[in-house]
Design a protein around this ligand. Sequence first.
Ligand code: ISL
Ligand code: CA
Length: 623
Amino acid sequence: MLTMESKIREVYSTPVGHDILYKILLQLNLSEKMITNPVIGSLKLKTLAALTGKMLGPGFYDAFLTLLNSEKNLPGDGSGPISHAWWKEAVFYQIYPRSFYDSNGDGIGDLRGIIDKLDYLADLGVTALWLSPIYDSPQDDNGYDIRDYHKIAEEFGTMEDFDELLEKTHARGMRLIMDLVVNHTSDEHAWFQNALKDENSPYRGYYFFQQGDKDTPPNNWTSFFSGSAWNYYEEEKLWALHLFSKKQMDLNWENPAVRKEVTDMVNWWLDKGVDGFRMDVINYISKQPGLPMGDETIGNMMGYTGIEHYFYGPRLHEYLHELHENAFAPHNAFSVGETPGIGMNMCRLVTGEERKELDMVFSFDHLETPGHVRWDDYQYDLTYFRDYMTRWLTHYGNNCWMSVFYNNHDNPRMISKVNPDPRYAPDIAILLAVMQFTLKGTPFLFQGDEMGLLNYAFSSIDEITDVEAKGYYRELLATKTPEEAFATILAGTREHTRVLLPWNFTSENTATAGYPEHLRQTPNRNVTEVYKKLIALRKSEKALTYGDFKVFATDKQHFTYARTSEEKEFIIDCNLGERPGKAYRMAITDYQLVFASLTALNKPVNNAVLAPYEARIWVRKKL
Ligand code: ISL
Ligand code: CA
């Protein structure tokens, strides 16, 4: 039991304490040495509280101690051998169905469109597809608001289309995982409608309803999509909790009936033959009982009030384990949890093989550099990605396995973030790909990565359809001019990755004919060819999947690392910045150059010098 009398050193040695203090140090741009320093390490938590009194009030320390003391377990030590699994060898490709490929010209991507592109995907070399939600939905949040878990959204097609897609995906030797959105349902889901209208409904206990008057929401929690996390239903005089939009109502997982429904539904899809699930905001499913008030300081620091009461809730492990045992394990199905906000050790606790919770997670701490949020217009320094990957790969353990990605449907494109100068775009695209396919962890491509796509030059808020950005824009108008508010939206909007993929912009193509010039991009075919090559290399060399990872050089903007098996050693030499740098030296006779980004771009290679954003892959046979 940790208390305010505990020493900082003791706190830092616990998994949760470590993650939280580490994150705070990072945000304050302070070195870890601050805490490992013996003098500071032997200070008591209450002394730290006195020192940080202005910044972090008692609410912070209460929440912190509650979190620390509710985690009874330690991550497994992870020193054993790595077990082999198809999903560790896979190359995943995320499809955002609405904007992937439109087969019938109504402007909306659809399932038949995905079927049409299966040969393209197989040819690219990816081995598994993740589909963002395709279920029946009013589409308030593009399908992350599900009305019926057993039905396909009309605009995407039918269940027959889905069955055909699954069969044809499997026929090409690829696997298919679905999106599991069970932190919340649509307010139009029959459960919610029934619960709202009938006070004796068994579904009342499926959600977080609270009686009350119109002016006082049950607590101060805020929604990720602006405003209070509570919606008031005048007629029924009821509040209901929604961490996301007003049409995404949080499910109450404390209710065993909810867990049973979810388990049955997951089994229903797995029985159909899908190979697993990506689990939406799955670390938010367990809320602190009683839904206590959020600490305002934490709220200001994190941008959302109340988050300490559900981002790593008291029953999270239990719920994940139960779902694993009752659905995933019997089907030998794969799971990857979307887990925003939890740190490395918490991730080790949910993905440790021996714990039987999740196979993998998407952690997001690498998507912005410390001190920045997605809405900031800034240049992303790739040395932060290097240091993040190095830290995780050094400490994650052989019982855990990482995912490696830069993009998804919730973020602007990484290439644009690294350097908005379009002259560098192909070099950065290839550099990112080289790291993605040679680092240790499963690569997840987002649609369009292989085309080298960049952010879009949206010209007005009317071009933004996303519920999050629209809400945030309204909020910003309270303190900013419309121009300033739009600039913020432009930097961070999820819309950038939600524009229909530019397969072929022609006037005959009804789906794309309406697209204004500034919302068109030309796929970079060179980049696509490089992706094919690198994916093929990744798949043919076991060292790149299971091999050891060792860093050689991380000075300035360099990232030079090795991936080694018993037979081979690969050395990957990257320049992460805009200035030329020294190439890593090695005995030329031993090593063979297998890939050079400049050659792929038809530019001359200078042996001694790495050009801006250049990447090379060398190999040496050990036997
Ligand atoms: O939690 C956040 C910030 O700390 C959010 O950015 C969060 O990571 C993200 O919004 C969660 O995303 C997922 O769930 C949402 C949905 O809108 C996204 O598209 C989905 O990927 C609600 O279902
Ligand atoms: Ca369509």
